[in-house]
Design a protein around this ligand. Structure first.
Ligand code: PLP
Length: 396
């Protein structure tokens, strides 16, 4: 059905080349091959389509893939093969990406609070760019990484599921220009502005507001006789088609109006958008019991992955189905509560309507390619869930 393609990579996690079969066929074959542990099926063609579509919608924007979303070795290799740069959030990520022979100049160390040791490691590795948002970070940078090209991260208010602005970024009104002046006084070079509207951004107009603030700061620097030439518009792109269309249309118009011409390099750091829809998680059911809640039956279904494993960032827009190994007749849906396998009573995923399940049945959690494997912990001794990467013959 599918051939193992060791030729695609020398890494320990090879991809499988599909010949006229779907990722679901591979999942079914895996289960029938007596798989018991949970597993991911990662469709590299889907991630490839997302990368190409992002480039198509924002042709002026260079992608620096936020590898924190999914750092599976073949996801990273796909990103390298399609010419992406990388947003690294730690020196461990920098180390991992340099091992794939990515030039250090294709990395942004997008963290605003780095230790001296981390700065020295990045500098010695040849990384050139990093973000900052505070005066104390400038003091450290002056001592340990004086030749860095800095991006001033500004905080953005938005309607986002993950509000990164409450933790990162300086206040545009009260802090931004002071920080620019301070960096200049210290002889540090600020090469541009960075922002992140928050992960899974539901308010596309937030990008425009942030672009306007960035424009103001570019002009401020120009008046002071200093030139900035990089604009980093971060991530936050949702996989929902409608919202993606709206966000990219706002950004395209905003860039054309506020940053016309080729003098400013525009980069983005999408994570979730690239990999979320590429991957499904398959979980086996350990046990089922039925209780009575509010005078109604409720099926308690215990599965072999949960909040402390791959499902920590399980969200309300993710769908769950019973994974049928063969076609079955339509079954009635029943009230069901899903529990993870650990001893923590908070390891409870969601209440959902599912057909009656029995131990050894399988559930599939759709679109688990982002922040699932990378969030996973080892609580109660459970290990990382294996990913099976698939690629079509054509793309391979
Ligand atoms: N860049 C930075 C600095 C981030 O902190 C994150 C996510 O936390 C990303 C990019 C990726 O964001 P997203 O997955 O929403 O595209």
């Amino acid at each position: 059905m599918y051939a193992q393609a060791n030729m695609i990579s020398k890494v320990s996690n090879p991809a499988f080349v599909l010949h006229d079969h779907s990722p679901e066929d591979v999942a079914r074959a895996t289960i029938l091959g007596l798989q018991k542990e949970p597993f991911f099926i990662f469709d590299m063609d889907e991630a490839y389509r997302r990368i190409q579509y992002f480039k198509h919608k924002l042709p002026r924007v260079q992608i620096f893939y936020a590898m924190k979303a999914n750092d599976g070795e073949l996801m990273l290799k796909l990103a390298v093969a399609t010419g992406l740069g990388f947003d690294c959030a730690s020196i461990h990520e920098i180390h991992k990406i340099l091992r794939l022979n990515v030039p250090p100049t294709d990395i942004i160390y997008a963290v605003t609070m780095k230790t001296p040791e981390q700065m020295m490691y990045a500098r010695q590795s040849g990384v050139k760019r990093a973000t900052f948002d505070s005066p104390s970070e400038l003091v450290k940078l002056k001592e340990y990484w004086p030749d860095v090209e800095l991006l001033l991260r500004i905080s953005v208010k938005s309607d986002s599921v993950y509000q990164l602005g409450i933790k990162f970024g300086c206040n545009f009104e009260t802090e931004a220009t002071d920080l620019l002046d301070k960096a200049a006084c210290m002889g540090l070079r600020v090469a541009g502005v960075a922002f992140h509207v928050g992960s899974t951004c539901l308010s596309p107009e937030s990008y425009l507001k942030a672009l306007q603030q960035a424009r103001y700061l570019f002009d401020y620097e120009a008046k002071a006789g200093r030139t900035m030439r990089i604009l980093d518009i971060g991530g936050g792109f949702f996989c929902d088609d409608n919202l993606f269309e709206q966000a990219t249309s706002v950004i395209r118009k905003g860039l054309d109006e506020l940053f016309p011409g080729p003098n400013v390099q525009i980069v983005a750091e999408p994570g979730r958008y690239i990999c979320e829809t590429a991957c499904n998680l398959y979980c086996n059911i350990n046990n089922v019991k039925t209780i009575t809640k509010n005078d109604k039956p409720l099926n308690m279904v215990y599965i072999n992955d949960g909040l402390h494993g791959s499902l920590r960032s399980f969200e309300k827009w993710h769908t769950i189905h019973k994974f049928e190994l063969e076609t079955t007749k339509h079954e009635e849906l029943e009230d069901t509560i899903l529990w993870g396998p650990t001893s923590d009573p908070r390891d409870c995923l969601t209440e959902v309507q599912l057909p009656r399940c029995t131990p050894r049945d399988w559930l599939v959690f759709k679109t688990q390619g982002a922040y699932a494997s990378t969030f996973s912990s080892k609580f109660c001794g459970f290990g990382l869930v294996q990913t099976r990467f698939l690629i079509s013959f054509d793309l391979w």
